[in-house]
Design a protein around this ligand. Sequence first.
Ligand SMILES: NC(=O)c1ccc[n+]([C@@H]2O[C@H](COP(=O)([O-])OP(=O)(O)OC[C@H]3O[C@@H](n4cnc5c(N)ncnc54)[C@H](O)[C@@H]3O)[C@@H](O)[C@H]2O)c1
Ligand SMILES: [Zn+2]
Ligand SMILES: [Zn+2]
Length: 406
Amino acid sequence: MRAVVWKGPGKVSVDKVDDPRIESATDVLVRISTAGICGSDLHMYEGRTAAKPGVVMGHENMGVIEEVGSAVQQLQKGDRVVLPFNVSCGTCFNCARGYSNACLVTNDEAAGAAYGYVGMGPYRGGQAELLRVPWGEANCIKLPGTPGDELEDDFLLLSDIFPTGYHAAELANVKPGTTVAIFGAGPVGLLAAYSAMIRGAAEVYVVDAVPERLEKAQRIGAIPIDFTKGPPAEQIRNIRMQNPLVRGAMRRGEEKMAGVMCGIDAVGYQAKDFEDPSKESPMSLTEQLVDIINPTGHLGFIGVFLPQDPGAKGRAAQNGEFQLPWGQLWQKGIQLGMGQTPVRAYSLLLRDLIIAGRARPSFIVSRRIPLSEAPDAYQKFDRREPGYTKVLIKPGLAAGAGAAAS
Ligand SMILES: NC(=O)c1ccc[n+]([C@@H]2O[C@H](COP(=O)([O-])OP(=O)(O)OC[C@H]3O[C@@H](n4cnc5c(N)ncnc54)[C@H](O)[C@@H]3O)[C@@H](O)[C@H]2O)c1
Ligand SMILES: [Zn+2]
Ligand SMILES: [Zn+2]
């Protein structure tokens, strides 16, 4: 079969590799109808992880079951399924408690596994024609409809970033009436904003500098903040305090709550410096979050941080060590949440929101391409070029058939 293979920093190619096959009685083989390219893939693509060349990429996968192992009872050939990016066993101490992101069985090196990702177990990715899904019953979410129908792209987003955006909102304790600041308007940040709306947030601010992404945020009812126009915390506080309704509802002393109750980092360790975006400075983003979060608030760090980043400048950053304004966090009494999303905990319910017509996360999809266009799309997505906010690979499309999403 053909698959997208990582060759080294800045290079992927579409190679012929061996077809996957059923290796264990609980396996399922899926013929891929759609696979997403994710911001998380870019960490590997750029050589900013400990990955070795040869990885078959892709952890955002869906398709149709082609074959099931002899122990699989609840699924059958022909079922349409989406696969949460976490590979989990479904029954260990953590899986049983809903933490499929920290499965104790599927990865010998650490808690938690994924398809096509360094350090996340031996599993190949699904930017390919076929995918072996281990522990098939635990890892397949069944879908209605037929491949390529009008909900295909919405369903694909159940593999990672819709649940991830939702999880970010959960970590940040977004509830009806809350105020939310989200840093990063990539797919994750945009779906965190969308999830915040679903959860009833009153005001949602989204910070980035890419115009196309900020426009998408505005289109779903968020307030875009361009970080090239000044410190985001100050911009948000000014907007809030210049609103006579917000101001008029405050009693004396409540200006101390001029910031927001919920903050989300949807960028992670490769965040750009606000003053000089040619540099990285993840802690300047954290400082802005700590500044804008109100006393008693919650912060969710959904953007990735890694324990090893050989490509970082300086020994501390190479070991994933950063300096935090711990004193301010303590004084404000802030709760922090972080880590990989337990996708399965959300994907069934979010699927049902899509089925009921109450969520359409595919507004973020900007381009659909055949496998052969993946190398070009990686390069353009990596440069955050217009039209490449979220690219979906459709292995069934003929070469040359790539097109912008309408
Ligand atoms: N926790 C999880 O389970 C999980 C799952 C999926 C993705 N992620 C991570 O979420 C992060 C975002 O993913 P994505 O697909 O949206 O990626 P992306 O790279 O498309 O988006 C990141 C956005 O952040 C913006 N940005 C950069 N520096 C900034 C700064 N200082 N302030 C504000 N915005 C800034 C960029 O312009 C870009 O639009 C990545 O780190 C990804 O690995 C985590
Ligand atoms: Zn992803
Ligand atoms: Zn498990």
